[in-house]
Structure formats: structure tokens, C-alpha cells
Design a protein around this ligand. Sequence first.
Ligand SMILES: CC(C)(COP(=O)(O)OP(=O)(O)OC[C@H]1O[C@@H](n2cnc3c(N)ncnc32)[C@H](O)[C@@H]1OP(=O)(O)O)[C@@H](O)C(=O)NCCC(=O)NCCS
Length: 172
Amino acid sequence: MLREAKIEDAQAIQNLICFYSEDGKMLFRALAEIEKSIADFLVYEKHNEIIGICSLKFGWDRLVEIRSLGVDPRYHRQGIATEMIQGSVECALLRDDCDTAFVLTYAVPLFTRFGFEVVDKMLLPQKVWNDCQACLHKDNCDETAMSLSLLPLKKLPLAKPAALKDSAEVLY
Ligand SMILES: CC(C)(COP(=O)(O)OP(=O)(O)OC[C@H]1O[C@@H](n2cnc3c(N)ncnc32)[C@H](O)[C@@H]1OP(=O)(O)O)[C@@H](O)C(=O)NCCC(=O)NCCS
């Protein structure tokens, strides 16, 4: 089940981040930082265990970044990241302070199916790169930048995001 994160999920979120940050697949985030931004996280829970995480970072001009997307390796290729991206986009659509979602990713096909397109990473605002200082690959970034305009989707009728309600209804 996809849902908003609660403060008690912070340690499980960090465990998954640590697992993937060890080989540079994800940026390390301190527990205190996760707790402070817990409202920006979605988690996927199965059998009372957090097996998927994702967060949204607002405040890059009118951009929102989908980041810290990770799924427990025992559950790969079961559509969990797909659900988390859909939930994240739906949450972003509810905000009036962003027009475009972007991601830096190693999994281009995962985002292509949502209409994300590859963009020149140099076109992203400079402040985005501040976060990259902690990345193992900061001097040789091998991630692909992709973006999705939210404006056409904002014109569609939107119900409450699936992540924020009990039934996992697909909205678009
Ligand atoms: C990338 C990741 C989040 C995908 O999670 P997932 O739940 O397995 O993804 P899904 O099952 O929703 O995948 C749906 C489709 O996306 C594509 N996809 C999934 N993982 C992919 C990967 N690692 N590379 C390229 N394409 C991928 C495939 O087309 C897949 O469809 P298929 O299984 O029918 O071939 C997961 O592999 C992971 O946690 N990786 C390590 C952390 C990481 O790299 N995070 C950064 C992602 S921005």
C-alpha cells in the first residue's frame, strides 16, 4: 500500500537510503533531515514493512524534484516504483507552486512511461547541484535528467491522490 510517510517511518526510510547510498545509487540523507522533511515522503508498505520510498523536493523555482526513489531489492520489477511515481506526480499536481517535475535517474524507461523526457542537465537551476556535492559521482555524474510538464495534467479533473486515500485508483 502506498501512503504518506509518518515520523515513525523515518528510520526505515533511512535504512533503504543507506542501502542504496553505499554504492552511489542514492544521495545519503541524515535521519534528522528525513524527520524534518517527513511530509515530503511517500512510502510503500507491505506486511508492516517499508519496502519502497520516494520524496518530493519543492522550491527549485517552479520545479519539483522526485528523489530518493528506491524499492527493496526483494520486490523489484513488481510495479512498486511505478506506483510511487504516479503517487508523487499526483501529489505535485495538487500544488500551485510547481509546473514541472524533474528527476535525475539511472532508470530512464521507468520515467518514460509517464511522459518524462530527457533534458540537458545543465539546464537545471544551479542550486540543484548543491545537493550533488555529497554524491559519490559528483565529478562524473552519470545520471540522466528527465522532466515532465505538469501544466497539461493540471487541466485534467483531479481527484484526491491515490496515495492519500484508501483505494488505489488510477487517475490518468
Ligand atoms: C529503479 C527502481 C526504483 C525501480 O523499482 P521497481 O519497483 O523495480 O520498478 P517497477 O517495477 O515499477 O518498474 C517498471 C518498469 O520500469 C523499468 N525499470 C525498472 N527498473 C529499472 C532499472 N533499474 N533500469 C531501467 N529500467 C527500469 C522497466 O521498464 C520496468 O518494467 P518491466 O519490469 O516490465 O521491465 C529500483 O530498481 C531501485 O530501487 N533501484 C535502486 C535505487 C535507484 O537506482 N534509485 C534511483 C531511481 S530514480
